[in-house]
Design a protein around this ligand. Structure first.
Ligand code: CMC
Length: 434
């Protein structure tokens, strides 16, 4: 971050005081106005609900140009990473800043692979849940519980413990996700297999049963890898900011990631992939796409077209482009080229992209629009979609958490408020209250 000496913003207040605020430039992207000292100097806070104009940190990890529809991880385009890397390569990049060479890659693969098993006692934890619990509810609980099992990697002041915790999280979250799924089915948990790649192993833990051999389809394993890559990180979104805020108090990494999972669950964020499939199912039942588009446009109707719109992208989400292409490949591989749900998704996309409401508000399909269609074709139930998002995003959360801990400017996150409640008043005893 560089301070642009020629660029000082001037703020004048109605009381006649004015303040000079430094402007900083990043590598690319909009400059930022520093307001760190504004309160102590001027006795004023800034007000920005939803943080639409607020940069909460500096970061080297991910860059989004929302107007152009560009997403970069450590400077590399998401399309290039999705086409040429496997998930652990991208995970290494996010965590370490550079793509690994062959030696570094195999050492990293080996490191993650040897952390995939969970403490056997953790399996008992699942018995406390109802079988029909939502898998995201189970994830919040069990991932948070990791801090009760791995005491040797919860000291955030020790870089070696932070590294082990990071590897453990990337390695164990898929195992826990698969256990959550198996628990919901009443099937036995499937142990990880270290001879498989990250995505192959995940499919194996999700879909194999002890009674018969499970053959991993290479097209599906590749698609799984792409889906994981496309969700790996996305700058300071709600769940990542949650992880950073939780971590800013010094909480241990397992607790922070569990907080991120909770934030991801909401339908405006990671829960949208599940919501898209429910929406497409409902449209299929009624057979009226136009009715849903009309509802989405009605300002008096809270319904939104799920999988459309984004806080940052005011252009096509580049992840959605790769996702749509992957949907084609997967549907072909599983013999569902004429899948009605995919046809319907394409029809809905076309109608929305030609509609003045969506054009004027710059609402384009986002990553979640097609991911549900692919995941459903691969055999995943919709209740597990957001869990897959959490598996993929764990590395992004971990990278951002590490960056925050290592940032010398890091302090506990503590936003302020515009108080609109009652001013001080006299207490009234319960006998005298009307
Ligand atoms: N359908 C209909 N109208 C919409 C939609 C939509 N999907 N999204 C935004 N709008 C309208 C909204 O009503 C508002 O209109 P107006 O200006 O007349 O009040 C305008 O567009 C701006 O919307 P906003 O709510 O101020 O925008 P936001 O940046 O606060 O919200 C969003 C972004 C993603 C929450 C929102 O677009 C949305 O709810 N989309 C559907 C849920 C979804 O697909 N979420 C996944 C996001 S991508 C995955 C991830 O990274 O988590």
């Amino acid at each position: 971050m560089s301070e642009n000496k020629n660029n000082i913003a001037k703020l004048s207040l109605p009381n006649g005081n004015s303040y000079e605020l430094p402007i900083h430039s990043g590598t690319i992207g909009p400059d930022v106005i520093e307001i760190k000292k504004l309160y102590s100097d001027s006795d004023h806070f800034t007000y920005d609900p939803g943080f639409t104009s607020t940069g909460s940190c500096k970061s080297d990890i991910t860059y989004i140009d929302g107007d152009k529809g560009v997403l970069l991880h450590r400077g590399y385009r998401i399309e290039d990473l999705a086409d040429n890397c496997d998930y652990l390569e991208v995970a290494y990049l996010l965590l370490n800043g550079e793509l690994p060479n062959k030696l570094q890659k195999s050492a990293f693969d080996n490191k993650i692979t040897t952390h995939t098993m969970v403490h056997e006692q953790l399996a008992l934890f699942f018995r406390g849940f109802r079988r029909d619990a939502h898998a995201m509810a189970v994830m919040c609980g069990v991932v948070g519980a990791l801090s009760a099992f791995y005491h040797d990697s919860t000291d955030i002041t020790d870089p070696s413990q932070r590294l082990v915790a990071s590897h453990r999280l990337v390695a164990k979250v898929p195992t826990i996700a698969a256990m959550a799924y198996k628990f919901s089915l009443g099937q036995p948990f499937i142990y990880p297999r270290n001879d498989l790649t990250y995505s192959e192993n995940f499919l194996h833990m999700m879909f194999s049963v002890p009674a018969e051999e499970y053959k991993i389809d290479p097209v599906l394993a590749k698609a799984m890898d792409k889906i994981l890559i496309l969700h790996a990180d996305h700058e300071q979104n709600a769940s990542t900011s949650t992880v950073r805020l939780a971590g800013s108090s010094g909480a241990n990494p397992f607790a922070c990631i569990s907080a991120g999972i909770a934030s991801l669950w909401g339908p405006s964020h990671g829960g949208a992939n599940e919501a898209v499939i429910h929406m497409l199912n409902n449209i299929q039942k009624t057979g009226n796409v136009h009715e849903y588009v009309k509802k989405a446009k009605d300002p008096n109707d809270p319904f939104r077209l799920m999988g459309f719109g984004h806080r940052v992208y005011k252009n096509y989400d580049p992840r959605a482009t790769v996702m749509k292409k992957t949907a084609d490949e997967v549907l072909k591989a599983v013999g569902k080229e004429n899948e009605p749900m995919f046809k319907l998704a394409r029809e809905l996309e076309k109608i929305a992209l030609e509609d003045e409401y969506f054009i004027s508000k710059k609402l384009y399909p986002n990553v979640d629009f097609y991911s549900g269609v692919i995941l459903q074709a691969m055999g995943f139930p919709s209740s597990i979609f957001t869990v897959l998002f959490a598996v993929a995003r764990t590395v992004g959360w971990v990278a951002q958490w590490n960056e925050m801990i290592e940032d010398p400017e890091q302090r506990i996150g503590r936003p302020r408020q515009l108080y609109t409640g009652s001013s001080e008043r006299d207490f009234i005893n319960i006998q005298n209250r009307i």
